[in-house]
Ligand binder design. Structure first.
Ligand code: AR6
Length: 175
């Protein structure tokens, strides 16, 4: 299931965010210190090699909702955009902070004139944001941002589980 807004294709697939070789920038569900961690951050840093952590040092710490861009090192991409999602029920307002992650990532992608970006489901793992409202927030923000894009052609959501993919597919169909 795909959706197209302002010539930007939006799709959801099941897979590993660290293995998206046809995408220019992959988004990391980072920790504030931009260090290797669990989940997405662990997969991205392990695949990128230690050069990524070294490059990240100068940008840390970041705040919830913030995004920074680095090289991709040994990942098969050009850039990594690191976002700190809100911890659900702790970093408030969680919904606005989560939307800011998507908004700031798209802005960086446009600034760098990128044609493709892949997102994981930010905050829905260790940070415990429920997947249904998190998906609504992600899709609504992406839809808004696509009104102002001029370089992006593809936005891909990469979901780890079939359950999460099913939710994304259903909500893409509803929009
Ligand atoms: N590719 C795509 N999705 C993945 C992958 C992967 N390789 N691995 C996990 N997911 P999380 P958060 C899914 O915890 O909630 C880290 O330890 C996962 O199933 O990675 O923003 C950091 O260091 C879930 O649906 O990110 C931070 O401290 C989603 O990606 C903290 O966790 C996000 O899970 C960030 O927590």
């Amino acid at each position: 299931m795909t959706m197209e807004i302002n010539n930007v294709k939006i799709e959801a697939v099941k897979g590993d965010i660290a293995n998206q070789p046809d995408i220019q920038a992959v988004v990391n569900a980072a920790n504030a210190e931009l260090r290797i961690g669990g989940g997405v951050a662990g997969c991205i840093h392990r695949a990128a090699g230690t050069g990524l952590e070294s490059e990240c040092r100068k940008y840390a710490p970041i705040n919830p909702g913030e995004a920074v861009i680095t090289g991709a090192h040994e990942l098969p991409n050009d850039y990594v955009i690191h976002c700190l999602g809100p911890v659900y029920g702790v970093d408030e307002p969680s919904d606005k902070l989560l939307a800011a992650c998507y908004k700031n990532s798209i802005k960086l992608a446009e600034e760098y004139k990128l044609e493709s970006i892949a997102f994981p489901a930010i905050s829905t793992g260790a940070f415990r944001f429920p997947i249904e409202p998190a998906t609504d927030i992600a899709l609504a923000e992406i839809k808004d941002q696509c009104q102002n894009t001029s370089h992006l052609k593809l936005i891909r959501f990469v979901l780890f589980s079939q359950k999460d993919l099913d939710i994304y597919q259903r909500k893409l169909k509803e929009r």
